[in-house]
Design a protein around this ligand. Structure first.
Ligand code: ARG
Ligand code: ZN
Length: 486
Protein backbone atom coordinates (compact mmCIF):
# COMPACT_ATOMS: atom_id res chain seq x y z
CA UNK A 1 0.00 0.00 0.00
CA UNK A 2 1.41 3.35 -0.95
CA UNK A 3 1.24 5.96 1.73
CA UNK A 4 1.41 9.47 0.44
CA UNK A 5 1.51 12.65 2.37
CA UNK A 6 0.82 15.67 0.24
CA UNK A 7 -0.66 19.09 0.85
CA UNK A 8 1.04 19.01 4.16
CA UNK A 9 0.50 22.13 6.22
CA UNK A 10 4.02 22.16 7.52
CA UNK A 11 7.33 23.37 6.29
CA UNK A 12 9.39 20.28 5.83
CA UNK A 13 12.98 20.72 6.75
CA UNK A 14 15.68 18.12 6.98
CA UNK A 15 17.51 18.74 10.20
CA UNK A 16 21.02 17.76 11.11
CA UNK A 17 23.39 18.22 8.23
CA UNK A 18 26.15 16.23 9.90
CA UNK A 19 27.21 13.32 7.76
CA UNK A 20 25.83 10.14 9.28
CA UNK A 21 29.01 8.17 8.78
CA UNK A 22 31.25 10.92 10.10
CA UNK A 23 29.25 11.54 13.22
CA UNK A 24 28.86 7.86 13.96
CA UNK A 25 32.49 6.92 13.90
CA UNK A 26 33.45 9.59 16.41
CA UNK A 27 31.85 7.76 19.31
CA UNK A 28 30.91 4.34 18.06
CA UNK A 29 33.36 2.46 20.23
CA UNK A 30 32.77 4.24 23.52
CA UNK A 31 30.19 3.15 26.09
CA UNK A 32 26.99 5.04 25.61
CA UNK A 33 27.58 5.52 21.91
CA UNK A 34 25.53 4.47 18.93
CA UNK A 35 25.33 0.68 19.03
CA UNK A 36 24.02 -1.59 17.73
CA UNK A 37 24.22 0.64 14.69
CA UNK A 38 21.26 0.07 12.44
CA UNK A 39 22.30 -0.81 8.88
CA UNK A 40 20.19 2.08 7.58
CA UNK A 41 20.55 4.50 10.50
CA UNK A 42 23.97 4.27 12.12
CA UNK A 43 23.09 7.02 14.61
CA UNK A 44 19.83 5.56 15.89
CA UNK A 45 20.02 3.84 19.23
CA UNK A 46 22.74 4.08 21.82
CA UNK A 47 24.51 1.50 23.88
CA UNK A 48 25.44 1.24 27.52
CA UNK A 49 21.96 1.40 28.97
CA UNK A 50 18.46 0.01 28.67
CA UNK A 51 15.47 2.34 29.02
CA UNK A 52 12.63 0.97 31.12
CA UNK A 53 10.30 3.98 31.18
CA UNK A 54 9.74 7.36 29.53
CA UNK A 55 7.71 9.94 31.40
CA UNK A 56 7.00 12.65 28.83
CA UNK A 57 5.62 16.04 29.83
CA UNK A 58 4.66 17.94 26.68
CA UNK A 59 3.16 21.39 26.52
CA UNK A 60 2.02 22.46 23.06
CA UNK A 61 0.94 25.78 21.65
CA UNK A 62 -0.98 25.25 18.39
CA UNK A 63 -0.87 28.95 17.51
CA UNK A 64 2.88 29.01 16.94
CA UNK A 65 3.83 25.33 17.07
CA UNK A 66 6.06 25.71 20.12
CA UNK A 67 6.64 22.62 22.22
CA UNK A 68 7.99 22.55 25.76
CA UNK A 69 9.18 19.16 26.91
CA UNK A 70 10.06 17.73 30.28
CA UNK A 71 11.19 14.13 29.84
CA UNK A 72 12.24 11.79 32.61
CA UNK A 73 13.89 8.65 31.32
CA UNK A 74 14.38 5.73 33.69
CA UNK A 75 17.14 3.41 32.54
CA UNK A 76 19.55 0.75 33.73
CA UNK A 77 23.25 0.91 32.94
CA UNK A 78 24.48 -2.20 31.15
CA UNK A 79 28.11 -1.14 31.56
CA UNK A 80 29.82 1.47 33.78
CA UNK A 81 28.82 4.83 32.26
CA UNK A 82 31.03 7.91 32.34
CA UNK A 83 28.80 9.33 29.62
CA UNK A 84 26.00 8.23 27.38
CA UNK A 85 24.06 9.40 24.34
CA UNK A 86 20.42 10.09 23.69
CA UNK A 87 18.97 10.71 20.23
CA UNK A 88 17.51 14.20 19.81
CA UNK A 89 17.28 16.28 16.65
CA UNK A 90 16.57 20.01 16.79
CA UNK A 91 14.97 21.52 19.91
CA UNK A 92 16.90 23.51 22.51
CA UNK A 93 18.08 21.61 25.55
CA UNK A 94 17.42 23.78 28.59
CA UNK A 95 18.57 21.55 31.45
CA UNK A 96 19.68 17.97 32.01
CA UNK A 97 19.90 16.23 35.37
CA UNK A 98 20.97 12.70 36.14
CA UNK A 99 19.58 11.41 39.43
CA UNK A 100 18.88 14.98 40.44
CA UNK A 101 22.41 16.26 39.77
CA UNK A 102 23.11 18.71 36.93
CA UNK A 103 24.91 16.95 34.08
CA UNK A 104 27.20 18.31 31.36
CA UNK A 105 25.87 17.98 27.83
CA UNK A 106 26.97 18.40 24.26
CA UNK A 107 25.06 18.21 20.97
CA UNK A 108 26.52 16.72 17.82
CA UNK A 109 24.30 15.94 14.87
CA UNK A 110 21.34 13.97 16.19
CA UNK A 111 23.08 13.04 19.43
CA UNK A 112 22.69 14.52 22.89
CA UNK A 113 25.77 13.53 24.86
CA UNK A 114 25.27 13.46 28.62
CA UNK A 115 28.10 13.34 31.14
CA UNK A 116 26.74 12.76 34.64
CA UNK A 117 28.55 14.26 37.64
CA UNK A 118 29.52 10.75 38.69
CA UNK A 119 30.07 7.54 36.81
CA UNK A 120 27.04 5.24 36.86
CA UNK A 121 28.02 1.70 37.88
CA UNK A 122 26.99 -1.23 35.70
CA UNK A 123 23.51 -2.62 36.41
CA UNK A 124 22.50 0.49 38.33
CA UNK A 125 19.21 2.18 37.60
CA UNK A 126 19.32 5.91 36.92
CA UNK A 127 17.01 8.76 35.91
CA UNK A 128 17.71 11.38 33.30
CA UNK A 129 15.54 14.47 33.26
CA UNK A 130 15.76 16.61 30.12
CA UNK A 131 13.95 19.90 29.85
CA UNK A 132 13.81 21.17 26.28
CA UNK A 133 11.85 23.48 24.02
CA UNK A 134 11.48 24.69 20.47
CA UNK A 135 9.56 23.96 17.31
CA UNK A 136 9.98 20.33 16.25
CA UNK A 137 11.17 19.95 12.68
CA UNK A 138 9.88 16.93 10.73
CA UNK A 139 12.42 14.97 8.74
CA UNK A 140 12.40 13.45 5.30
CA UNK A 141 14.45 10.48 4.29
CA UNK A 142 15.68 10.69 0.72
CA UNK A 143 13.59 8.39 -1.45
CA UNK A 144 10.69 8.25 1.03
CA UNK A 145 8.15 10.93 0.26
CA UNK A 146 6.49 11.31 3.62
CA UNK A 147 7.99 13.50 6.29
CA UNK A 148 8.19 12.02 9.74
CA UNK A 149 8.29 13.42 13.22
CA UNK A 150 6.04 15.97 14.86
CA UNK A 151 3.69 17.35 12.17
CA UNK A 152 1.51 20.38 12.70
CA UNK A 153 -2.11 20.18 11.57
CA UNK A 154 -4.73 22.90 11.17
CA UNK A 155 -5.83 22.78 14.78
CA UNK A 156 -3.09 20.84 16.51
CA UNK A 157 -0.43 18.29 15.68
CA UNK A 158 0.14 14.63 15.04
CA UNK A 159 3.23 12.49 15.08
CA UNK A 160 4.39 9.99 12.49
CA UNK A 161 7.63 8.56 13.80
CA UNK A 162 8.44 5.63 11.60
CA UNK A 163 11.34 5.19 11.30
CA UNK A 164 13.27 7.99 12.99
CA UNK A 165 10.89 10.83 13.86
CA UNK A 166 10.50 10.24 17.62
CA UNK A 167 13.82 12.01 18.24
CA UNK A 168 12.39 15.22 16.75
CA UNK A 169 10.08 15.63 19.77
CA UNK A 170 11.60 13.77 22.67
CA UNK A 171 15.08 12.62 23.71
CA UNK A 172 15.15 8.86 23.24
CA UNK A 173 17.09 5.73 22.66
CA UNK A 174 15.44 5.88 19.28
CA UNK A 175 15.58 2.33 17.97
CA UNK A 176 13.06 -0.55 18.24
CA UNK A 177 15.72 -2.64 20.01
CA UNK A 178 15.10 -0.71 23.25
CA UNK A 179 11.40 -0.91 24.10
CA UNK A 180 10.01 0.71 27.23
CA UNK A 181 6.77 1.69 28.95
CA UNK A 182 5.53 5.28 28.71
CA UNK A 183 3.51 7.89 30.53
CA UNK A 184 2.44 11.03 28.66
CA UNK A 185 1.25 14.28 30.23
CA UNK A 186 0.15 16.53 27.40
CA UNK A 187 -0.84 20.08 28.14
CA UNK A 188 -2.94 21.85 25.48
CA UNK A 189 -5.37 24.78 25.32
CA UNK A 190 -8.75 23.90 26.80
CA UNK A 191 -11.14 22.59 24.16
CA UNK A 192 -8.50 20.54 22.37
CA UNK A 193 -8.08 16.82 22.85
CA UNK A 194 -4.60 15.36 23.32
CA UNK A 195 -4.30 11.64 22.63
CA UNK A 196 -1.39 9.32 23.23
CA UNK A 197 -0.83 5.58 23.40
CA UNK A 198 -2.46 3.46 26.07
CA UNK A 199 -5.14 4.39 28.56
CA UNK A 200 -6.42 7.79 29.62
CA UNK A 201 -5.68 8.07 33.33
CA UNK A 202 -6.15 11.76 33.98
CA UNK A 203 -7.61 14.96 32.61
CA UNK A 204 -7.15 18.19 34.49
CA UNK A 205 -8.22 21.69 33.60
CA UNK A 206 -6.21 24.58 34.92
CA UNK A 207 -6.16 28.20 33.82
CA UNK A 208 -7.50 27.67 30.31
CA UNK A 209 -5.28 24.64 29.67
CA UNK A 210 -5.99 20.91 29.95
CA UNK A 211 -3.46 18.26 30.83
CA UNK A 212 -4.19 14.82 29.40
CA UNK A 213 -2.39 11.88 31.01
CA UNK A 214 -2.01 8.59 29.16
CA UNK A 215 -0.41 5.47 30.50
CA UNK A 216 1.10 2.87 28.16
CA UNK A 217 2.56 0.04 30.24
CA UNK A 218 3.22 -2.48 27.44
CA UNK A 219 6.75 -2.42 26.03
CA UNK A 220 6.74 -0.02 23.08
CA UNK A 221 9.25 0.95 20.41
CA UNK A 222 9.94 4.68 20.11
CA UNK A 223 8.60 4.78 16.54
CA UNK A 224 5.20 3.57 17.74
CA UNK A 225 4.65 6.39 20.21
CA UNK A 226 1.86 8.56 18.93
CA UNK A 227 0.49 11.93 19.93
CA UNK A 228 -2.55 13.45 18.23
CA UNK A 229 -3.77 16.91 19.23
CA UNK A 230 -6.89 18.48 17.77
CA UNK A 231 -10.63 18.85 17.96
CA UNK A 232 -11.38 15.19 18.52
CA UNK A 233 -14.31 13.53 20.24
CA UNK A 234 -13.56 10.32 22.11
CA UNK A 235 -16.09 7.56 21.57
CA UNK A 236 -16.06 4.46 23.74
CA UNK A 237 -17.44 1.23 22.31
CA UNK A 238 -18.17 -2.10 23.95
CA UNK A 239 -14.99 -4.00 24.81
CA UNK A 240 -13.95 -6.87 22.51
CA UNK A 241 -12.69 -9.92 24.42
CA UNK A 242 -11.64 -7.66 27.28
CA UNK A 243 -9.95 -5.12 25.01
CA UNK A 244 -11.23 -1.57 25.63
CA UNK A 245 -12.26 0.13 22.38
CA UNK A 246 -11.97 3.90 22.17
CA UNK A 247 -12.10 5.72 18.85
CA UNK A 248 -11.60 9.46 18.30
CA UNK A 249 -12.91 11.48 15.38
CA UNK A 250 -12.73 15.04 14.15
CA UNK A 251 -16.29 16.31 13.56
CA UNK A 252 -15.69 16.68 9.79
CA UNK A 253 -14.79 13.00 9.31
CA UNK A 254 -16.92 11.46 12.03
CA UNK A 255 -19.65 9.98 9.82
CA UNK A 256 -17.41 8.11 7.39
CA UNK A 257 -14.79 7.20 9.97
CA UNK A 258 -17.30 5.85 12.48
CA UNK A 259 -18.99 3.73 9.84
CA UNK A 260 -15.63 2.21 8.85
CA UNK A 261 -14.55 1.76 12.46
CA UNK A 262 -17.80 -0.05 13.26
CA UNK A 263 -16.20 -3.20 11.80
CA UNK A 264 -13.40 -3.11 14.39
CA UNK A 265 -14.85 -5.93 16.56
CA UNK A 266 -15.26 -8.18 13.47
CA UNK A 267 -11.73 -7.32 12.31
CA UNK A 268 -10.26 -8.08 15.72
CA UNK A 269 -12.11 -11.38 15.91
CA UNK A 270 -11.04 -12.26 12.38
CA UNK A 271 -7.34 -11.50 12.91
CA UNK A 272 -7.35 -13.18 16.33
CA UNK A 273 -8.34 -16.43 14.65
CA UNK A 274 -5.16 -16.30 12.60
CA UNK A 275 -2.73 -14.54 14.94
CA UNK A 276 -3.99 -15.32 18.43
CA UNK A 277 -5.38 -12.90 21.04
CA UNK A 278 -5.05 -9.15 20.49
CA UNK A 279 -1.79 -8.24 22.23
CA UNK A 280 -2.79 -5.02 24.05
CA UNK A 281 -5.55 -3.98 26.45
CA UNK A 282 -6.93 -1.14 24.35
CA UNK A 283 -7.42 -0.20 20.69
CA UNK A 284 -9.03 2.50 18.60
CA UNK A 285 -9.36 4.22 15.24
CA UNK A 286 -8.20 7.84 15.32
CA UNK A 287 -9.35 10.15 12.56
CA UNK A 288 -8.10 13.70 12.99
CA UNK A 289 -8.80 16.44 10.48
CA UNK A 290 -5.09 16.35 9.89
CA UNK A 291 -4.65 18.33 6.70
CA UNK A 292 -2.66 15.42 5.27
CA UNK A 293 -3.71 12.78 2.77
CA UNK A 294 -2.83 9.14 2.34
CA UNK A 295 -1.70 8.70 5.90
CA UNK A 296 -2.39 5.52 7.80
CA UNK A 297 -0.21 4.53 10.69
CA UNK A 298 -0.15 1.80 13.30
CA UNK A 299 0.60 3.59 16.58
CA UNK A 300 0.67 1.05 19.38
CA UNK A 301 -2.86 0.62 20.81
CA UNK A 302 -4.42 2.89 18.19
CA UNK A 303 -4.10 3.61 14.49
CA UNK A 304 -4.28 7.02 12.87
CA UNK A 305 -5.87 7.74 9.52
CA UNK A 306 -6.04 10.78 7.26
CA UNK A 307 -9.57 11.85 6.23
CA UNK A 308 -9.23 10.67 2.62
CA UNK A 309 -8.74 7.07 3.76
CA UNK A 310 -12.46 6.96 4.55
CA UNK A 311 -13.65 8.12 1.13
CA UNK A 312 -14.28 4.60 -0.21
CA UNK A 313 -15.74 2.13 2.31
CA UNK A 314 -14.05 -0.97 0.84
CA UNK A 315 -10.69 0.78 0.64
CA UNK A 316 -11.13 2.04 4.18
CA UNK A 317 -11.92 -1.44 5.40
CA UNK A 318 -8.72 -2.77 3.82
CA UNK A 319 -6.54 -0.03 5.25
CA UNK A 320 -8.11 -0.42 8.70
CA UNK A 321 -7.39 -4.14 8.74
CA UNK A 322 -3.81 -3.50 7.55
CA UNK A 323 -3.09 -1.16 10.46
CA UNK A 324 -4.88 -3.43 12.92
CA UNK A 325 -2.71 -6.37 11.81
CA UNK A 326 0.36 -4.26 12.63
CA UNK A 327 -0.63 -4.41 16.30
CA UNK A 328 0.62 -8.02 16.20
CA UNK A 329 3.22 -7.67 13.42
CA UNK A 330 5.21 -4.51 14.03
CA UNK A 331 3.95 -3.36 17.40
CA UNK A 332 3.91 -6.47 19.60
CA UNK A 333 6.83 -7.96 17.68
CA UNK A 334 8.91 -5.15 16.17
CA UNK A 335 11.65 -5.39 13.55
CA UNK A 336 15.12 -5.97 14.96
CA UNK A 337 16.48 -3.52 12.40
CA UNK A 338 15.12 -1.17 9.76
CA UNK A 339 16.35 -3.57 7.08
CA UNK A 340 13.55 -5.96 8.02
CA UNK A 341 10.35 -3.98 7.61
CA UNK A 342 8.89 -6.87 5.59
CA UNK A 343 8.23 -8.52 8.97
CA UNK A 344 5.74 -5.68 9.49
CA UNK A 345 4.47 -4.89 6.03
CA UNK A 346 4.44 -8.38 4.53
CA UNK A 347 2.13 -9.65 7.28
CA UNK A 348 -0.06 -6.54 7.36
CA UNK A 349 -0.50 -6.80 3.58
CA UNK A 350 -1.28 -10.50 3.88
CA UNK A 351 -3.91 -9.64 6.49
CA UNK A 352 -5.53 -7.38 3.87
CA UNK A 353 -5.69 -10.29 1.45
CA UNK A 354 -7.18 -12.61 4.05
CA UNK A 355 -9.78 -10.01 5.02
CA UNK A 356 -10.66 -9.14 1.43
CA UNK A 357 -11.08 -12.85 0.70
CA UNK A 358 -13.29 -13.45 3.72
CA UNK A 359 -15.41 -10.32 3.65
CA UNK A 360 -15.05 -8.26 0.48
CA UNK A 361 -15.57 -10.93 -2.13
CA UNK A 362 -12.00 -10.65 -3.46
CA UNK A 363 -10.60 -14.19 -3.76
CA UNK A 364 -7.14 -14.35 -2.21
CA UNK A 365 -5.79 -15.80 -5.44
CA UNK A 366 -6.50 -12.51 -7.16
CA UNK A 367 -4.21 -10.60 -4.78
CA UNK A 368 -1.63 -13.38 -4.90
CA UNK A 369 -1.59 -13.36 -8.71
CA UNK A 370 -1.31 -9.59 -8.87
CA UNK A 371 1.59 -9.59 -6.43
CA UNK A 372 3.24 -12.48 -8.26
CA UNK A 373 3.09 -10.58 -11.56
CA UNK A 374 4.49 -7.48 -9.89
CA UNK A 375 7.37 -9.41 -8.37
CA UNK A 376 8.07 -11.21 -11.65
CA UNK A 377 8.12 -7.88 -13.46
CA UNK A 378 10.61 -6.39 -10.98
CA UNK A 379 12.60 -9.38 -9.75
CA UNK A 380 15.44 -7.22 -8.44
CA UNK A 381 13.11 -5.77 -5.80
CA UNK A 382 13.71 -7.88 -2.73
CA UNK A 383 11.49 -7.85 0.34
CA UNK A 384 14.32 -7.53 2.81
CA UNK A 385 17.48 -5.42 3.07
CA UNK A 386 16.25 -3.21 0.27
CA UNK A 387 18.38 -0.22 1.19
CA UNK A 388 17.11 2.71 3.21
CA UNK A 389 15.33 4.63 0.46
CA UNK A 390 13.29 1.51 -0.43
CA UNK A 391 12.40 0.42 3.08
CA UNK A 392 8.69 1.03 2.34
CA UNK A 393 8.77 0.06 -1.33
CA UNK A 394 6.31 -2.33 -2.97
CA UNK A 395 8.86 -5.14 -2.75
CA UNK A 396 8.63 -5.00 1.04
CA UNK A 397 4.82 -5.11 1.00
CA UNK A 398 4.04 -7.29 -2.02
CA UNK A 399 6.96 -9.68 -2.12
CA UNK A 400 6.75 -9.87 1.67
CA UNK A 401 3.07 -10.85 1.57
CA UNK A 402 3.73 -13.30 -1.24
CA UNK A 403 6.38 -15.01 0.90
CA UNK A 404 3.82 -15.33 3.71
CA UNK A 405 1.33 -16.87 1.29
CA UNK A 406 3.95 -19.24 -0.16
CA UNK A 407 4.70 -20.41 3.37
CA UNK A 408 1.02 -20.95 4.10
CA UNK A 409 0.29 -23.04 1.04
CA UNK A 410 3.54 -24.98 1.47
CA UNK A 411 3.04 -26.01 5.11
CA UNK A 412 -0.78 -25.93 5.28
CA UNK A 413 -3.06 -23.79 7.44
CA UNK A 414 -2.57 -25.63 10.75
CA UNK A 415 1.22 -25.45 10.66
CA UNK A 416 1.05 -21.91 9.29
CA UNK A 417 -1.04 -20.57 12.17
CA UNK A 418 1.13 -22.49 14.64
CA UNK A 419 4.22 -20.82 13.16
CA UNK A 420 2.67 -17.35 13.46
CA UNK A 421 1.51 -17.90 17.03
CA UNK A 422 4.82 -19.38 18.13
CA UNK A 423 6.70 -16.45 16.60
CA UNK A 424 4.36 -13.90 18.22
CA UNK A 425 4.46 -15.71 21.55
CA UNK A 426 8.23 -16.01 21.59
CA UNK A 427 9.10 -12.50 20.45
CA UNK A 428 6.08 -10.55 21.73
CA UNK A 429 7.12 -7.45 23.68
CA UNK A 430 10.50 -7.43 21.96
CA UNK A 431 11.92 -7.48 18.44
CA UNK A 432 12.62 -10.20 15.91
CA UNK A 433 14.74 -10.57 12.79
CA UNK A 434 14.10 -12.44 9.56
CA UNK A 435 16.40 -15.13 10.91
CA UNK A 436 14.20 -15.43 14.00
CA UNK A 437 11.10 -15.89 11.86
CA UNK A 438 12.76 -18.41 9.56
CA UNK A 439 14.01 -20.25 12.66
CA UNK A 440 10.51 -20.57 14.11
CA UNK A 441 9.03 -21.58 10.75
CA UNK A 442 11.69 -24.27 10.26
CA UNK A 443 11.26 -25.54 13.81
CA UNK A 444 7.47 -25.86 13.57
CA UNK A 445 7.46 -27.19 10.01
CA UNK A 446 10.13 -29.71 10.95
CA UNK A 447 12.47 -28.84 8.10
CA UNK A 448 14.99 -26.19 7.12
CA UNK A 449 13.13 -23.40 5.33
CA UNK A 450 16.23 -21.20 4.94
CA UNK A 451 16.56 -21.52 1.16
CA UNK A 452 12.77 -21.37 0.77
CA UNK A 453 12.73 -17.91 2.36
CA UNK A 454 15.86 -16.78 0.54
CA UNK A 455 14.13 -17.46 -2.77
CA UNK A 456 10.87 -15.78 -1.77
CA UNK A 457 12.29 -12.78 0.09
CA UNK A 458 15.54 -12.13 -1.75
CA UNK A 459 15.91 -10.69 -5.20
CA UNK A 460 15.61 -12.75 -8.35
CA UNK A 461 12.64 -14.36 -10.04
CA UNK A 462 10.30 -15.93 -7.50
CA UNK A 463 9.93 -19.73 -7.52
CA UNK A 464 6.77 -21.18 -9.08
CA UNK A 465 3.86 -20.58 -6.75
CA UNK A 466 2.53 -23.65 -4.98
CA UNK A 467 -1.22 -23.86 -5.49
CA UNK A 468 -3.38 -22.80 -2.61
CA UNK A 469 -6.87 -21.84 -1.55
CA UNK A 470 -8.65 -20.49 -4.60
CA UNK A 471 -11.98 -19.10 -3.59
CA UNK A 472 -13.52 -16.68 -1.21
CA UNK A 473 -13.63 -18.00 2.30
CA UNK A 474 -12.31 -21.41 1.21
CA UNK A 475 -10.05 -21.83 4.19
CA UNK A 476 -10.67 -18.63 6.07
CA UNK A 477 -11.97 -18.98 9.56
CA UNK A 478 -14.93 -16.68 9.04
CA UNK A 479 -17.90 -16.28 6.75
CA UNK A 480 -18.46 -13.39 4.39
CA UNK A 481 -19.47 -10.17 6.12
CA UNK A 482 -21.32 -7.31 4.58
CA UNK A 483 -18.80 -4.50 4.59
CA UNK A 484 -19.68 -1.20 2.96
CA UNK A 485 -20.62 -2.19 -0.57
CA UNK A 486 -19.75 1.12 -2.18
N1 ARG B 1 3.90 1.49 8.54
C1 ARG B 1 3.16 2.33 7.64
C2 ARG B 1 2.14 1.42 6.96
O1 ARG B 1 1.20 1.03 7.54
C3 ARG B 1 4.02 3.01 6.65
C4 ARG B 1 4.80 4.12 7.24
C5 ARG B 1 5.71 4.73 6.27
N2 ARG B 1 6.57 5.66 6.94
C6 ARG B 1 7.01 6.73 6.38
N3 ARG B 1 7.80 7.54 7.04
N4 ARG B 1 6.64 7.00 5.18
O2 ARG B 1 2.29 0.96 5.87
ZN1 ZN C 1 1.92 -1.12 7.00
Amino acid sequence: MIRRLVALAVVVAAVGTTSLAGAAQGHRSRPGSADPPDPYFPLLGNRGYDVTHYDLGLSFDPSDGALHGDATITATATTPLRRFNLDLVGMRVDAVRVDGQPARTRRTGGELLVRPAEQIPARQGFRVRVRYSGTPQPRTIPGIGAPNGWLRSDDGALTLNEPDGARTWFPANDHPSDKASYTFHIDVPEGLTALANGTLTGREDDGGRTTWTWDAPAPMATYLTQVVIGHLALEDEAPVDGVAIRHAYAPSVRADAASAAAATPEMMAFLSKWFGPFPFTTYGVIAPDSGVTGLAFEGQTFSVFAPDVFGQPREASTVLVHELAHQWFGDWVSPASWGETWLNEGFATYAEWLWADATLGVPIQRNVDAAYSGVTAAPNRSATHTGRSSMFSSGVYQRGALAVHALRVTVGDDTFTKILRTYLGRFGGTTASTEDFVGVASEIAGRDLGSFFTSWLGSGSPPPLPSGPQSAGASSPQKVLQVGQA
